[in-house]
Design a protein around this ligand. Structure first.
Ligand code: NAD
Length: 369
């Protein structure tokens, strides 16, 4: 069978290559089913690329990332590269890839697996069955707005400046991603800003309201101030389906939602761009966690966040919903009955290695093929 999808794997540093190796096994499972075939490219990113090429991502890797159908990224960074110049630090490679691919909508699902309901910081009855999707605008807003900087005032004191700025176009494009996602879920979008104190928030609210009326009348839209949203996430998180918000509020609220699920090693993310004239959707997929240098090389890393990132890739970039759902269900079954890596170890259950967790998952997948 000729490859019908192209894929670039960038495992990165630390535990990145360890967890990516397990995701690769899942790709092999998908291919062995005959439902798709992949042409897989692999390259260095982050510290590994600094070691190999002197920069955290090369022009050739960026070009390949733009050419393929989707990119699956591991994680980058670590103490080995702490003293490299700021412009070529490992994370700069990640930021360059995201900005060159023009991926602007960061999707962070926060789902509580039944088997891990006790690991949440909230009471089990508040989080059982929790399944939220946070859509964060990630290449605009206050992290990129001009003017910015630190200036010295005439009296010698200093002033730090950042600017929250959003245009109609930027709000509409991330809004569309949220509404379209909601259609495949519970059909509800909660748009979050601070329209009570910020003009950019007021515009955000007006644009979202107009967008819903014009293009998504079938999806329920509500609005919430960001501070209230933080309270509601801690108080009654199951009230939400899709939350859409700007860069700054999304950064904070998605971390809060992530912690409701109890484990960094289980959280995937997707970052999507706009579909082009040929229907191509830029997609960049990575776990939330970093390179975990404290456990790298010890076979302790939980591979599930990387594997769930692959499931998102299959769903959003390759339209392979059935395979994505099968992988998610298999992860759930492994968590319910197999041993676990140390980060989510449970009393009375075996503590297993990264590869053994991969074995358990592949066994579950093989059973349903
Ligand atoms: P981290 O996410 O790497 O680790 C935080 C803690 O969670 C550690 O104790 C780690 O052992 C644990 N952990 C993380 N992922 C795990 C997994 N899959 N299984 C089991 N345990 C896991 O964050 P950090 O320690 O703040 O950062 C370490 C390095 O990673 C730094 O260089 C940082 O800059 C980088 N980083 C990279 C990314 C990225 O590539 N997107 C994101 C965050 C941090």
């Amino acid at each position: 069978m000729t490859a019908n999808k192209t894929l670039l794997l960038l495992p990165g540093d630390g535990i990145g290559p360890e967890v990516m190796a397990q995701a690769r096994r899942v790709l092999d499972w998908v291919q062995s089913s005959g439902r798709a075939s992949f042409q897989i490219f692999e390259d260095h990113a982050g510290g590994a690329a600094i070691d190999a090429y002197g920069v955290p991502v090369t022009d050739a890797t960026v070009a390949k990332a733009k050419e393929v159908d989707a990119v699956l990224f591991g994680s980058v960074g670590g103490p080995k590269w702490d003293s490299v110049p700021f412009e070529i630090r490992p994370e700069a490679g990640l930021l360059r890839l995201r900005s060159e691919l023009q991926v602007f909508a960061n999707l962070r699902p926060a789902k509580v697996f039944d088997a891990l309901v006790e690991s949440s910081s909230l009471k089990p009855e508040l989080v059982r069955g929790l399944d939220i999707m946070i859509v964060r605008e990630c290449i605009g807003g206050i992290y990129f707005g001009e003017p910015r900087g630190i200036e010295t005032l005439p009296d010698g004191s200093q002033r730090g400046i950042n600017t929250e700025v959003y245009t109609t176009h930027e709000i509409q494009r991330v809004g569309r991603v949220a509404f379209e996602l909601a259609r495949k879920r519970q059909n509800r979008v909660c748009s979050v800003e601070k329209a009570n104190v910020m003009e950019s928030g007021l515009l955000w609210r007006q644009v979202m309201t107009a967008l819903q009326a014009a293009e998504f009348p079938d999806v329920a839209l509500s609005h919430m101030y960001a501070d209230n949203c933080a309270m509601q996430l801690a108080k009654n998180p199951r009230q939400f389906d899709v939350i859409v918000t700007g860069n700054l509020f999304g950064d904070i609220l998605s971390d809060l939602a992530a912690m409701l699920t109890g484990s960094l090693g289980l959280l995937p993310s997707a970052t999507l761009g706009a579909r082009d004239a040929n229907g191509r959707l830029p997609g960049f997929y990575e776990p939330i966690h970093g390179s975990a240098p404290d456990i790298a090389g010890q076979a302790k890393a939980n591979p599930m966040a990387q594997i769930l990132s692959l499931a998102l890739l299959l769903r959003y970039s390759f339209d392979m919903e059935e395979d994505a759902a099968a992988i998610e269900a298999a992860v759930e079954r492994v968590l319910a009955k197999a041993g676990r890596t140390p980060d989510i170890a449970a009393p009375g259950r075996a503590v297993i290695t990264t590869a053994e967790m991969g074995d358990a998952l592949i066994a579950e997948l093989a059973a349903i093929k």
